[in-house]
Design a protein around this ligand. Structure first.
Ligand SMILES: NC(=O)c1ccc[n+]([C@@H]2O[C@H](COP(=O)([O-])OP(=O)(O)OC[C@H]3O[C@@H](n4cnc5c(N)ncnc54)[C@H](O)[C@@H]3O)[C@@H](O)[C@H]2O)c1
Length: 379
């Protein structure tokens, strides 16, 4: 697929300087070096305090710093706003950026609630010339792109079943202090909003739209310590679901933030009528493929045969990394702005992901029908 890149430099505002703020900054600094086109202008960086904004603007190479995100999104020199703030700020920041005429690169999950995500998708639809893209970076991994291509080309025949998990253990310690992330009001969903949405993005890209879900959630640690005494955890530590796809295929799905020993176990397999593909993000440079008649599985390493790998490195097996996925995400956004293929998941496609995770959160053992899928695939 050809990806034209902008010939003129576009101005970027970055909001937030944490895990994802640095990841977006690295992507903005590297995207033209890797994929060509004009280097983006790193115009302004916004953070909570002037001190942090100043220090990170200097570290990341942004021209200006501010403690006002409103100032950053309305800056006339800015064309694109990267939003890497906590979930509760996503809607106001994204809507303000759209209203200011900017393209928006927003971290997942889209918002705290399905209503918020719906409103954001409606606003994006009313600004059709402005691109939106959500931070579903795992879709960009060349190994995932190869798996998706194998499924689309029928290498494993007709997809019959999806088995997926996304487990981490960052909340496994019961003495981990209570935080706002564990509330509906400020954090939104729990493991489903943080981890499960990534697995959904890959699942629907491989399997197509979901038609029915039945799920259960669990809060493994209902009270957590705080300086004011134990406080209630409101959102789920883990969730499990059974899924029916519009194609008739079936799926199983599980996600947890309290899975001891699991660090980034975004692991899935697709069972097809003629073969099976297996992937695990903790070994993100390989796929395992079995085809009917073979005794077992063959290991397929990422390499320069995949264009988005070769843009970084000419040698197979030399491995691709987490932050490099974000460079491809930035390329996809810039290329869409330059008239290339549409980038996604955009806000309309992101809303479909939100519908699925919110259905899982609310199912409580009842079957939920997913009524409307505006897009066949997530990206
Ligand atoms: N795509 C991924 O793989 C991935 C990974 C981790 C986190 N995330 C998402 O990224 C978002 C941020 O997560 P994180 O781990 O980087 O969090 P973080 O706590 O490390 O960083 C959040 C940043 O936002 C800043 N911030 C908070 N409120 C602000 C405001 N009003 N104005 C300006 N800046 C403000 C904070 O100062 C901090 O720099 C979350 O939505 C999370 O779900 C995505």
């Amino acid at each position: 697929m050809s990806h034209p890149m902008p010939k003129n430099a576009l101005g970027v505002a970055l909001i937030g300087t944490g895990f994802m703020g640095k990841c977006h900054a690295l992507a903005w600094r590297n995207v033209a070096a890797v994929f060509g086109g004009a280097h983006p202008r790193l115009e302004v960086l916004a953070d909570l305090t002037p001190e942090s904004a100043d220090a990170h603007a200097a570290q990341f190479g942004f021209a200006r710093a501010t403690a006002s995100w409103q100032e950053a999104v309305s800056d006339p020199n800015v064309d694109i706003v990267s939003i890497t703030s906590p979930n509760g700020m996503h809607r106001p920041m994204a809507e303000a950026a759209l209203q200011a005429g900017k393209h928006v690169w927003l971290e997942k999950p889209m918002a705290l609630t399905l209503d918020d995500a719906d409103a954001m998708a409606n606003m994006a639809a009313s600004h059709p010339g402005q691109m939106t893209i959500l931070g579903y970076n795992y879709l960009r991994n060349p190994a995932f792109q190869a798996a998706r291509q194998m499924v689309e080309q029928g290498v494993i025949g007709v997809p019959l079943a999806f088995r997926g998990v996304y487990d981490e253990d960052y909340s496994a310690d019961p003495n981990l202090p209570w935080s706002w992330r564990m509330t509906h009001e400020a954090g939104g969903l729990g493991a489903l909003g943080d981890l499960g949405c990534h697995l959904v993005s890959q699942m629907i890209a491989l399997m197509g739209p979901v038609s029915e879900i039945v799920a259960q959630t669990q809060i493994a640690v209902p009270l957590r310590p705080s300086p004011d005494g134990p406080k209630v955890v409101e959102n789920e530590d883990s969730a499990m679901a059974l899924i029916k796809f519009a194609s008739g295929a079936q799926g199983s799905f599980a996600t947890s933030r309290v899975a001891r020993g699991r660090k980034c176990r975004l692991q899935w397999e697709v069972h097809g009528s003629e073969g099976t593909i297996v992937f695990d993000q903790e070994n993100m440079n390989e796929l395992w493929l079995h085809r009917a008649g073979e005794a077992g599985f063959t290991r397929h390493l990422t390499g320069p045969a995949q264009p988005d790998f070769s843009a970084f490195c000419p040698a197979p097996g030399h491995n691709f990394g987490f932050n490099e996925q974000k460079v491809i995400e930035a390329r996809d956004l810039l290329s869409a702005i330059a008239g290339g293929p549409p980038c996604g998941p955009d806000f309309a496609q992101g809303l479909e992901i939100e519908k699925i995770i919110h259905a899982m959160a609310g199912s409580n053992g009842q079957v939920i029908r997913i009524e409307r899928q505006e897009s066949e695939k997530a990206a």
